[in-house]
Design a protein around this ligand. Structure first.
Ligand code: PMP
Length: 379
């Protein structure tokens, strides 16, 4: 018998009532039953993301929605501003390249947050930029970007702000309307507590106007204008992933019932506990602006993070992520988003602590857990 604890930043744990919903019989989608469900789902997701915009759902992973929010938004002759501070920020730039879309790329050192002032300068110096692409939680580095401040900068211009909230939206503070986010892209497999397979987008009126101005975008399934037109009729252009959508309604209900302010506060507390625990184990927090959704730390000098991870998983059953690209072998990334409680933090820290001790690292048994408990018990 093997029991595994999924503490990776997606896929993440799925509650039993969501899983059970997935086992229900399938029904036809061109029916009042589907429309009613989509209507409730739209209302609930608007509350979760604090958006009064359209809610669009694609049967894809988050990257599909990222692609849709590039190809439908930036017309020929105009440019995207891509903020690249990690593997996922770089994806915006790669999508532009794949479609031959002109871009201004703003590289941000990995581990650092995007600078709103630099965004303002870039927009001021290039009037061809019609959209700014950034990331809420850069999962590869554990940074949470200052979306509110970037939103204020972009809102003062004619450009739209597109935020990759695949990781973090539904866990970290994210107020789409108040923060002037025109398109928020989310994946189902992280804070939304679902299996992989759904991408969700919010679309503001400003983004809709831009969509309407782009003729013949290089998109068919991912044609956002078509999807928005269907959504206005509580419909979808093609067969919707209705079983996953039914399950998302269960998850969204739970978030709305808890209240988003409570959801944000709960995740902040997890992050605080994880940071305290990991620091007590002698590990250095990697990002300069740590996210509420996951904590990334550096492995001790001379120790391969992949080996720590392997022991944590194979011997103790805790699946924790490692570093990606140039950070492979150097980082450990413990998620605390979605269907997570205080004990998940304790389990992750205990597994890492034992794995570090097994590798001969000098850790005081229980020190990480004790530091996290002090945070978790407070308030
Ligand atoms: N953006 C971020 C911030 C992510 O964390 C991920 C997934 N790790 C993606 C985009 C890509 O999402 P998907 O794998 O669902 O396409």
């Amino acid at each position: 018998m093997r029991k595994e604890y999924l503490l990776t930043p997606g896929p993440s744990q799925v509650p039993a009532d969501v899983l059970l919903k997935l086992a229900e019989p399938v029904y036809h989608h061109r029916t009042p039953r589907f429309k009613e469900m989509y209507k409730s789902l739209t209302e609930k997701l608007q509350k979760v993301f604090m958006s009064s915009g359209d809610i669009i759902i694609f049967a894809s992973s988050g990257t599909g929605a990222m692609e849709a929010s590039v190809v439908n938004i930036v017309p020929r002759g105009k440019k995207a501003l891509c903020i690249a501070g990690g593997k996922f920020g770089e994806r915006w730039s790669e999508i532009c390249d794949a479609f031959g879309i002109a871009q201004v790329r703003m590289d941000v050192e990995w581990g650092k947050a995007a600078d709103p002032k630099a965004v303002a300068d870039a927009l001021a110096s290039d009037p061809d930029i019609v959209a700014v692409y950034t990331t809420l939680v850069e999962t590869s580095t554990g940074v949470e970007n200052p979306i509110r401040d970037i939103g204020a900068v972009v809102a003062a211009t004619g450009a739209v702000l597109v935020v990759d909230g695949v990781s973090g939206a539904g866990a970290c503070e994210m107020r789409v309307d108040d923060w002037n986010v025109d398109i928020l892209v989310v994946g189902s497999q992280k804070a939304l507590m679902l299996p992989p397979g759904l991408a969700v987008l919010t679309v503001s009126a400003k983004a809709r106007a831009l969509l309407d101005s782009v003729d013949n975008p290089p998109a068919y399934y991912f044609n956002l204008r078509k999807a928005v037109a269907s959504a206005a009729k509580t419909d979808t252009p093609y067969t919707p992933p209705l079983t996953l959508m039914e399950a998302l309604l269960v998850a969204a209900d739970a978030l709305v019932e808890e209240g988003m302010e409570n959801v944000f506060a709960r995740h902040r507390k997890y992050a605080e506990a994880a940071v305290a625990g990991l620091k007590a184990l002698g590990l250095k927090v990697y990002p300069e602006r740590p996210a509420a959704a996951l904590t990334a730390v550096e492995a001790p000098a001379g120790i391969d993070a992949e080996k720590i991870r392997k022991i944590a998983k194979d011997k103790y059953g805790a699946a924790i992520a490692g570093g990606q690209e140039q950070l492979k072998g150097k980082l450990l990334r413990m998620a605390h988003m979605g269907y997570v409680g205080p004990m998940d933090i304790v389990i992750g820290l205990a597994a890492l602590e034992m794995a570090l001790a097994d590798m001969g690292v000098d850790v005081t048994p229980g020190s990480g857990v004790a530091a996290a408990e002090a945070v978790l018990r407070s308030g």
